[in-house]
Ligand binder design. Structure first.
Ligand code: SAM
Length: 207
């Protein structure tokens, strides 16, 4: 569902509409980069059009971008022909011990509740020991979440709290407490966290 929407709708003018980098995203990314050694390899998971690659490359790091949307990857490749891109889902990625850092920015809301730990484990496995992960969790109004749940149930959908189904789209907004439990279970340590620009930001480390 998300793949088709990004291929056919959002990729067309993504940079024009959403190309600006928010202050908090930039500051978390800078902190993330400051922890990494020079010339390291970073995975941008669900990279979209490569919005953050200029900043990463300026920091003398190499970037590999993965995404399930071919059209988003084409846009990234047009801007950064020398960067490697791979069409694969967060759920299917199978890198092992390969990256000093991973970012997954403004994308986890597309992941189903039952896939969250799978994706976090995939990040964990892809990181080298003591590697860092920066990811965001989108936030929405509690009232809207409750209404979406009631409406979903009324429509007979097998949804759980936090899931929102809207004109052909889908998002899942897990409680931040739950995200912290998952991170702990998988083996990540939270280094820094913060709430701003409509997202909860996590900078975590593989122990
Ligand atoms: C809002 S865009 C964010 C892109 C980029 N990270 C940024 O911050 O500009 C969300 C991206 O996540 C990708 N995506 C959504 N679900 C995915 C999944 N399960 N596996 C891989 N990519 C996914 C979409 O194709 C899209 O490119």
């Amino acid at each position: 569902m998300a793949e088709k929407r990004y291929d056919t709708i959002f990729s067309v003018d993504y940079d024009k509409k959403w190309g600006k980098i928010d202050k908090t995203h930039k500051s978390f990314l800078s902190k993330f980069l400051s922890f990494l050694p020079e010339k390291c390899k970073i995975l941008d998971a669900a990279c979209g059009t490569g919005k953050y690659w200029k900043l990463i490359l300026e920091n003398n790091c190499q970037v590999v971008g993965i995404d399930q949307s071919e059209q988003m990857l084409i846009k990234a490749k047009e801007k950064f022909p020398n960067c490697e891109t791979v069409k694969i889902g967060l759920q299917e990625m199978c890198y092992e011990n390969e990256f000093e850092g991973i970012i997954c920015i403004d994308a986890m809301e597309n992941v189903f509740p039952e896939d969250w730990t799978l994706v976090l484990k995939n990040f964990y496995r892809a990181l080298k020991k003591k590697g860092y992960l920066y990811f965001t969790v989108e936030l929405i109004d509690e009232k809207k979440l409750k209404e979406a749940y009631i409406e979903g149930k009324r429509m007979g959908l097998p949804i759980v709290e936090g899931e929102v189904v809207y004109n052909g789209g889908y998002h899942y907004y897990p409680p931040i407490k739950k995200v912290k439990e998952w991170l702990y279970e998988v083996g990540f340590k939270i280094i820094e966290e913060g709430l701003s620009d409509g997202y909860y930001h996590f900078l975590v480390k593989k122990l």
